[in-house]
Design a protein around this ligand. Structure first.
Ligand code: K7E
Ligand code: CUA
Length: 667
């Protein structure tokens, strides 16, 4: 009865409360029945039957979550969350002793970052499925993820930089990934960021563009050189392709160098600049000794696959190049003011620059740029860098594309797709004719969009993923905080078609996707015990033991279905540091064991088969403390538990440990 009254009242409300209420009622009716924006056979196109696999892996940045989230496309199934710059209690990344060094920086241990751009490694201009590079936007860092383990393998800090936004863009063969400063900073002549009055912005602040060499075989990163450039705010970058493969392009804003109230100050001039850098020439200059080595302080953290332990190395110098010393290395190209994305089409000829405030999308021509350089068609020079004439480089402009263009990707039929933040739509246009062909609304305020391979020489033409900043009414409400959202769009026909919405973690800025078979076949199933070179590994249960070293107690523990060895430990005293070195003895796929201790000011461990992980525990109370496996690993998982006895400081409880009735003495 009560229910009936409510629904009658709601119905009446629709009629009585005027336009707003009516709109809401219509909206909810729509979202139940026909899904706003999607057409009838959308469900069929994204349906992946139970037990079947998706066609693509998609790697979405976690934004201020500091992680990468792996989804299957077209289903939108979440496959994995990969912690990169953020501690992750789920598996202990950044909490356990082995992975803590990954988060080491010159600022100390930084357990968080703002991750914007995933970029897949490439061979001959095509994604090769080996590694994924991502940037930390807050504390300048670049990470490399290994796509055999789907884990963070390496993180390098970038010195002389602040806000590492235009990164990590790879060259066509992943010779380099580049990284640039978003915040110009006062870079001292002998390195480091200086303490200067903030009104010296115009004179003292500079930007740096870093070229990080990537080893062909191992993927290992090393900063080869940095180019110190005028103090603009460098925003985004993109590598040339094919004919333009030797070049890297960077957008910049605030070329006015406004030091305060940039909202206005950075938009005074009609044009800002696209920086074009011939990285081959730059590398050549660096090799020839044009680079000056200056002091620096940054960390390079690498996961050692044999010891399962990250090693953090402090670096003390970096090489810098100045454009004024290196003719032919760098040019500036005018673009409409306050640009955001720069995207080079699959042919390598067309360079698309999205001006957030611009009414058109300019397309610059690589071949015209080369001619303009040959003809010295310059407006002027800035710090020795020639500024090319806008018209001499311009191929043409896309007229009336929409409002707030941000980013562009390409399909395999010569079309470009640009995200429009302000008008909340994706606009499809032809790269050659620059004619707008189609547009589709997205819900709402799109940032990046992504086509699998759409940033390479080899795009697919099937799907486009829109990543939106505002979710509003797309899902059930969850209080003031809503998830961000991704939308999958079918681009196989002339008309774009909305297929699917799915919520995402953090803020997905950019994403990459690759055909699943390029990656799945290399996926590691477990770590081999006979290759485990962890210094605290326990390869046989018979070697499980407890050792005291001063006030450190080392527990060499093994885990196998369904017990921990040892499972009873005595002789820990208040004031001790206890290290549980847990080796998972399983040699089978998908059998991790977890490990957690009551009242530990830390996280848990999740130990993969064949791996060793160490949990530090500093007891704060005396008494008996339980520990247990956290991952429901077997029918007797609940029995996978034990006790640690903590005695007062100075008590004479000896170290003892056992499993079953075999008590073992101290070592
Ligand atoms: Cu446009 Cu950081 Cu690439 Cu976000 S950025 S949207
Ligand atoms: Cu091991 Cu639960």
């Amino acid at each position: 009865m009560k229910k009936l009254t409510t629904s009658v009242l709601t119905g009446a409300g629709c009629l009585l409360l005027g336009t707003l209420a009516l709109t809401n009622c219509q909206k909810s009716a729509l979202s139940n029945d026909s899904a706003i924006g999607a057409d009838g056979d959308a469900a069929k196109k994204v349906y992946v039957a139970p037990g079947k696999h998706d066609e693509y892996y998609a790697y979405l940045s976690g934004g201020f979550n500091g992680q990468v989230d792996v989804y299957g496309l077209p289903s939108g199934r979440l496959l994995k969350v990969i912690p990169v710059f953020s501690q992750n209690p789920e598996n202990g990344y950044g909490y356990n002793e082995e992975t803590k060094p990954m988060l080491q920086t010159s600022f100390g241990q930084i357990p968080w970052d703002d991750l914007h751009h995933p970029k897949l490694s490439r061979t001959d201009g095509k994604p090769d499925g080996r590694w994924l590079f991502v940037n930390g936007n807050n504390t300048p860092r670049i990470a490399r993820l290994d796509l055999t383990t789907f884990e963070t393998a390496e993180i390098i800090e970038i010195p002389n930089s602040a806000g590492q936004h235009c990164s990590p863009y790879p060259t066509d063969n992943t010779e380099y990934v580049v990284a640039g400063t978003r915040f110009a900073v006062p870079i001292a002549d002998n390195g480091g960021i200086e303490d200067v009055p903030l009104d010296t912005y115009k004179d003292k602040f500079r930007a740096s563009l870093s070229f990080i060499k990537v080893d062909k075989n191992t993927g290992h990163m090393d900063i080869d050189f940095q180019i110190l450039v005028p103090g603009f705010d460098f925003d985004l970058a993109n590598g040339g392709k094919g004919p333009s493969a030797d070049w890297m392009f960077f957008t910049s804003y605030n070329t006015e160098k406004a030091g305060t109230l940039k909202e206005m100050g950075a938009s005074q001039n009609d044009k800002d600049y696209l920086a074009a850098i011939n990285w081959k020439k730059a590398a050549e200059y660096a090799r020839q000794g044009k680079a000056r080595e200056i002091p620096a302080n940054y960390y390079h953290n690498m996961m050692d696959e044999k010891t399962h332990t990250a090693v953090s190395t402090q670096k003390k110098t970096v090489r810098v190049l100045l454009p004024e010393d290196c003719p032919g290395m760098m040019y500036l190209i005018p673009v409409p003011k306050s640009p955001h994305g720069v995207d080079v089409d699959p042919t390598g000829e067309n360079i698309v620059v999205s001006g957030k405030l611009a009414a058109v999308i300019p397309v610059h021509s690589y071949s015209k740029m080369i001619k303009a350089i040959e003809n010295k068609s310059y407006d002027n020079t800035i710090s020795g860098i020639p500024v090319l004439k806008y018209e001499s480089v311009l191929a043409g402009e896309v007229q009336k594309p929409g409002l707030g263009p941000l980013h562009t990707e390409f399909d395999n039929k010569g079309n470009a797709y640009t995200s429009m933040f302000v008008s909340s739509e994706v606009v499809k246009w032809n790269v050659k004719s620059r004619e707008v062909l189609d547009r589709i609304p997205v819900y709402y305020s799109i940032g990046h969009l992504m086509i699998p391979g759409g940033d390479t020489q080899n795009p697919d033409g099937k799907y486009l993923l829109a990543m939106n900043k505002i979710t509003k009414d797309r899902y059930l409400p969850t209080g003031p905080e809503l998830a961000q959202t991704a939308q999958l769009i079918d681009i196989s026909g002339d008309k774009m078609k909305m297929l699917l919405d799915f919520p995402t973690f953090g803020e997905p800025h950019y994403a990459q996707a690759i055909k699943a078979d390029m990656v799945a076949k290399n996926s590691k199933k477990f770590y081999r015990l006979d290759e485990n070179k962890h210094p605290h590994a326990t390869i046989k249960e018979a070697d499980a033991r407890v050792e005291r070293k001063g006030n450190q107690v080392h527990v060499y523990m093994t885990a196998i279905r369904s017990h921990l060895a040892p499972d009873n430990i005595e002789g820990i005293h208040l004031g001790d540091e206890v290290y549980f070195h847990v080796t998972n003895l399983e040699q089978d796929w998908d059998v991790p064991h977890g490990f957690a201790v009551m009242g530990n000011q830390n996280a848990e461990l999740l130990v993969m088969p064949g791996q060793t992980r160490t949990l530090k525990w500093v007891p704060t109370k005396t008494g008996v403390t339980p520990f247990y496996c956290t991952d429901f690993c077997s029918a007797l998982h609940q029995e996978m538990q034990g006790y640690a006895r903590v005695s007062p400081k100075g008590a004479n409880t000896p170290v003892k440990f056992w499993l079953g009735e075999k008590k073992k003495p101290a070592i």
